[in-house]
Ligand binder design. Structure first.
Ligand SMILES: Nc1nc2c(ncn2[C@@H]2O[C@H](COP(=O)(O)OP(=O)(O)OP(=O)(O)O)[C@@H](O)[C@H]2O)c(=O)[nH]1
Ligand SMILES: [Mg+2]
Length: 361
C-alpha cells in the first residue's frame, strides 16, 4: 500500500508537470487541496514534530532571515546587529537559531538568523520543519538570495506548505459546518470562483454539510489556506545579497513579482542602511512620545508601537490604574493639523505623536 509520503510525492510530481492555465486551474486547485490534506494527515502521525528551537521573542518586533544555504544570512545578521553569527564558505554553517538585536529609530528589532533551508524543508528535510516553525513567529520575513536570485518560488512554496503566506492578507471567508443540508454557498455575485470548485475543495477536506460565506474575491489557494486552519500571513522583503559580485539585472528584476526587493552586500557594506529603513517601514512601527504632567517630553525613549494602535492600548501598556482613572488624552505632533487634539480611548495614534494623558482626580 502506498504510504502518505508516496502519495504526497505523486501529487507533487503531477503538480510540477501540470502547466497552469484556465483549463487546468480547477485540476490544480483540487491537487493542492489533496496535498494540503495529506500533509495535515502526515503531520498528525508524527509525534511532537516541528517543535522548533527555543528562542524567546524579545524587543518590539521579530524578523526572520530565510534562504538557501550560503547566501549570506549570517553575514547580514552580523551587519544589522552587533551579533557574531558564524560565517562560512560552505553550506549549513549555521545550525541553530542565532538571535540579534537591531536598534533603529528607537525600536528594538529582534532578528533571527536561521539555518539554510533546502527543498522539501516543510516535510522535514534538513531541520526544515524546525526552521519553518520559527518563521511562523516572525512579524516580518526576509527572504535572502545571492545575485543569481534563484529558487525564490521554491522558498515561497516551502513556506506556504508550512502554513506561511507572504505579502497577502487573510481573506474574508468562513465555513460553518452543519449536520445536514449539503453545501450552501453565500457569496456576492461579482465573486469569481465556481460553486462546483468550492464544493470539490471542501470534499477533499471531508466537509459535505456546511454554510460557506465568501465576502470578497478569493482564489482557490485562499480557500485551501482557510480550510487548513493554521495559516499565518506575514509581510516579506526580498533581499538580494552579494551585489558586489557581477550579476544579471534581469534575475533581480524578476523578484519584483513577489514583493519589495532590496539589494545589499553584507561583506562590502552596500545598502545596509537602506535595508534597516525598509525593515522598519515594513514592520509599520510608530513612535509615540509621552508628555509628563510637568510638561517634560522624553524624546530619548519613545514608545515603539504597531501602526493602528489606539490610545486605550497605550494607556493599558503603561498601567492598569491609569486606564481606570483615564479622563481624556491630548495629542500633538507633526502629522496633526491641529495644534492640540483632545481625544478619547478609541483614538488612533500616528507616528511622532506626543501624548498627554489626563487622569481623573
Ligand atoms: N562576495 C560576497 N560574499 C559574501 C557576502 N556576504 C556573505 N558572503 C560570503 O558568502 C559565504 C556565506 O556566508 P554566510 O553568511 O555564512 O551564509 P549563510 O546564508 O548564513 O549560510 P548558512 O548558515 O550555511 O545557511 C561566506 O563565504 C561569506 O563570506 C557579500 O555581500 N558579498
Ligand atoms: Mg548562516
Amino acid at each position: 500500500m502506498a504510504t502518505i509520503q508516496d502519495r504526497i510525492k505523486e501529487i507533487e510530481e503531477e503538480l510540477h508537470k501540470t502547466e497552469y492555465n484556465k483549463a487546468t486551474q480547477k485540476h490544480i486547485g483540487i491537487l493542492k487541496a489533496k496535498l494540503s490534506r495529506l500533509e495535515l494527515e502526515a503531520q498528525s502521525h508524527k509525534k511532537g514534530g516541528g517543535e522548533g528551537f527555543s528562542v524567546p521573542k524579545s524587543g518590539d518586533s521579530t524578523v526572520a532571515l530565510v534562504g538557501f544555504p550560503s547566501v549570506g544570512k549570517s553575514s547580514i545578521l552580523n551587519k544589522l546587529t552587533s551579533q557574531e553569527s558564524k560565517i562560512g564558505s560552505f553550506a549549513f554553517t549555521t545550525l541553530t537559531v542565532i538571535p540579534g538585536t537591531l536598534n533603529y529609530k528607537g525600536a528594538q528589532i529582534q532578528i533571527l538568523d536561521l539555518p539554510g533551508i533546502i527543498e522539501n524543508a516543510s516535510v522535514g528535510s534538513g531541520r526544515g520543519r524546525e526552521v519553518l516553525s520559527m518563521v511562523r513567529n516572525a512579524d516580518l520575513v526576509l527572504v535572502v538570495t545571492d545575485v543569481e536570485a534563484k529558487g525564490v518560488d521554491r522558498i515561497i512554496f516551502e513556506l506556504h506548505r508550512a502554513g506561511i503566506v507572504l505579502n497577502r492578507r487573510r481573506r474574508n471567508i468562513s465555513v460553518k459546518k452543519a449536520n445536514s443540508g449539503g453545501i450552501k454557498i453565500h457569496k456576492p455575485r461579482k465573486v469569481d470562483i465556481d460553486d462546483d470548485d468550492i464544493k470539490d475543495v471542501l470534499k477533499e477536506f471531508k466537509i459535505t454539510n456546511a454554510d460557506v460565506f465568501i465576502r470578497e474575491s478569493i482564489t482557490m489557494d485562499d480557500l485551501i489556506d482557510h480550510l487548513k486552519g493554521n495559516t499565518i500571513y506575514a509581510p516579506a522583503l526580498f533581499v538580494v545579497n552579494k551585489i558586489d559580485l557581477p550579476h544579471k539585472r534581469e534575475n533581480i528584476e524578476n523578484l519584483k513579482q513577489f514583493g519589495r526587493v532590496v539589494e545589499v552586500s553584507a561583506s562590502a557594506n552596500i545598502g545596509m542602511e537602506k535595508l534597516k529603513e525598509e525593515i522598519y517601514q515594513s514592520l509599520e512601527l510608530i513612535r509615540v512620545y509621552l508628555r509628563e504632567k510637568s510638561g517634560y517630553v522624553d524624546t530619548e525613549r519613545p514608545l515603539v508601537l504597531r501602526k493602528g494602535i489606539v490610545v486605550r492600548e497605550v494607556v493599558r501598556k503603561i498601567s492598569r490604574e491609569m486606564l481606570e482613572s483615564f479622563k481624556y488624552a491630548i495629542i500633538a505632533g507633526p502629522h496633526r493639523k491641529q495644534a492640540e487634539l483632545r481625544v478619547g480611548l478609541e483614538y488612533e495614534l500616528l507616528d511622532s505623536d506626543i501624548l498627554t494623558i489626563i487622569s481623573r482626580n
